[in-house]
Structures are given as structure tokens and as C-alpha cells.
Design a protein around this ligand. Sequence first.
Ligand code: UD1
Length: 422
Amino acid sequence: MDSILVRGGGKLSGQIPIAGAKNACLALMPATLLSDEPLTLTNAPRLSDIRTMTELLGSLGAEVTSLQEGKVLAMASHGPINTRAEYDIVRKMRASNLVLGPLLAREGHAEVSLPGGCAIGARPMDIHTDGLAKMGAQIDLRDGYLHAKADGGKLRGAVIDFPFASVGATENIMMAATLAKGTTVINNAAREPEIVDLADCLRAMGAQIDGDGTSTVTIQGVDRLHGATHRVVTDRIELGTYMLAPAICGGEVELLGGRIDLLEAFCEKLDAAGISVSETENGLSVTRREDQIRAVDVTTEPFPGFPTDLQAQMMALLCTADGTSVLEEKIFENRFMHAPELIRMGADIEVHGGTATVKGVAKLKGAPVMATDLRASVSLILAGMAAEGETTVSRVYHLDRGYEHVVTKLRGVGADIERIKS
Ligand code: UD1
């Protein structure tokens, strides 16, 4: 298995282009199942998760053609659709569950494997299934698969109150509701930019959706959706990750395509830590104001709060801050797997339940480390870039799921990093 070798040291300078959002693209791709006309996505990221979704959609009878080295995905679902999403593919990636709503809306039934656990927590699907049940679906769990069937072969509109603003459930219900009979209202909907991006695409396909980006989303069902071309929104998590590179190493880096409105809560915390973010003609520029990072407390929350997907990377920054920072993880119950690895690099971190207390140390030291999830892996790379000596990060396949050309992008701003082929 490949690994990544990082030598800590110098300041960074230059530009990093930010890709289209993985999490938006993974929700946009299943939307192709809602129409028999072509759906084309531009600004798609080149990632293994996108290849997994391509494989899943292919197994369902959709065609996904990767053009311009993967930056454009031309999709079509005009043939017969297979409604069974197999465990072998679904288990690789939880976002596979996003085919459930579209399959049910189009075919009136679907059999989708439950994704199973993942490193950061149990992640059940009750919010998705309770919402679809309100729309008239009967859903049973048999043999590890959700067997869903719409009453009378067609979903109907409903008022759905989410107990928690789940991103995936908002996406699934929103897609299902586009072709349902009548109006669906989602209360306590997730407000993430990826939801707005999906709504924009669905509207371009002829869907009637209002209120996306707020807590109440209203979808008026239509008889059919048509084809469209849609540009995937900027990846705010890739953006935030690379904003932390000059924050940790010093120097100044411009993030091409970056937008503050995607990351306001995160930018406020960077400012409090002593990092300046300014808008440029082509994106955002990030630089450290003082030699010493200041400690800040962080609590993860649904958008517009501080994103859970940037918690591990922020922890890497705070390891060398002046003072003690408290990080509270409110979205996932088991998302501090990077802490023991950072401790191996000399960090002073104590974890109690959903709270991590980070006492800043003068310097981290390079070490062989590994991570169990995508964001944890990249936090170890960031930590390695600031550490004395060499850090080797193994289990690189996690990184390939969510960061395209990570080595090239960081080398481009002066980081001493390379991929070691095994
Ligand atoms: C999405 C993102 C992921 C991000 C997360 C939270 C994608 C592909 N992934 O994941 O990167 O970390 O949002 O911002 O977009 N929950 C339930 N029952 C459900 C659904 C969720 O209890 O039916 C719980 C989960 O276990 C978790 C919390 O709700 O604790 C948030 O999950 P959710 O917002 O659904 O995240 P995902 O859509 O899976």
C-alpha cells in the first residue's frame, strides 16, 4: 500500500486550485436516475469516491461517461433500471445510500443495502427511512437490505419533521419529492451549500424547490424531469484543509476558487487563532499574522456552524498553539481517531467522550502514523508539514477518496512531500 512522506519545515507560497465538492457531486450523480434525459456535471472532482458512485450507478443501469480526464461526467439513465444496490458496492461508501430516494421516486420500489458502520460512528439511516415512510413508502429491513415500496407505486408529498438536520436525509427526501404526487415540506432540513447545489441542479432539470439553504425546504412534485448541465460547487472542505497549510507552516497561499461564504464559522476561528483570510480576484489568500498560533475553542455543528469535516485538520493547527484549546465534536460520536496519532508526533491531547483538550506544544516531531478516515489522514499530513523531521502517513487510500492530487497541490506551494509507491 502506498504511503506519503512529509518533511516538515519551510514556509509556503503560491496558489492551490480548489476542486468541485466531493460531497455535492456524490449527491448530484444519483439525480441522473430521476430523468431519462442526459445529466452532465462539470467541475467534478477526480476521486475514488466518485469512481465508486460511477460503479454503483452503472450497476443500476445508468451510463456514466468520464470526460476531460474526469472533470466532466456525462450521465444518462434512459434504459431499464435495476433497483437493487448491492452490498459489495454500498459498503465501500455511505453516500451510496443517496440512490434510495431517486430509485423509489422513479421505479416505485428499491432494494438498497444498508451501508454498515464506518470509522467515525454508527451513522444509522432512520431519518431517511422515516421521511420516506411519511411519503407513503413501506420499508422493511431484510438480509441487510432496505426493501422500500411506494404505496400504489408512487410517493406522495408529506410534511416531514427531521429530528436532526441530516445532510444525506435532506438530499434523499428532496430527490424523492421531486417526482412525488403533491407537496413535500422538510422541516429542520440541513442547510449545507451542497444541499443548495443539489437544489440548483434539480431546478435546472425542471424540479420545483423553494427554501433550500434554510431550515424549511418545500418541493412541489412534477410529472417528469428533463436533462440539464450543472457545475459542481467548490469543495469547501478541500478549501478549508488547504487554508490550514499556510496557517500551520507560515507563508502566504492563494486558494483559487475559494469563497468565504462557504466557510464563515471556520474563517472566524482562523481569525481568532491569528490567521488572516482576505478575498482576492480569484479566490482567497491566507497568511499567518504572528509567529505564534493562538489557542481557540471549537464546537462542530451543522452548517452554518464549524464543519465536522474540518475538525481533525483544525486540531493539527492547534497542537502548536499558545495555550489550551477545547474541541467539541457534536456530529459524530467517534471522530477523534487522529488524536492518538498526533500524540505520537508529540502533541498533548486528552480525549473524554466528545471533547478533546489540546495543550499547545512548542514543536511537533515527525513519526510514522496512520489514520482511519479521510479527514484524519489529511490532518496528519498537515501536522507533518509543521513537524521536525520526517512523517510517513500510511493508508493513503483514505486520501484518494477525497483529495485529488494532494501531493501535487502541496508541492506546488513548496511543501516537501512525496508519495511512496509500495
Ligand atoms: C454528510 C457528509 C459528511 C459530513 C456529514 C456531516 C456527504 C457524502 N457526507 O454525511 O462528509 O461529515 O454530512 O456534515 O455529504 N444520522 C442519524 N440517522 C440518519 C442520518 C444521520 O442518526 O438517518 C446521524 C449520523 O449518525 C450523524 C449525524 O446524524 O451523527 C449527521 O449525519 P448526516 O448529516 O446524515 O451526515 P451524512 O449525510 O452521512
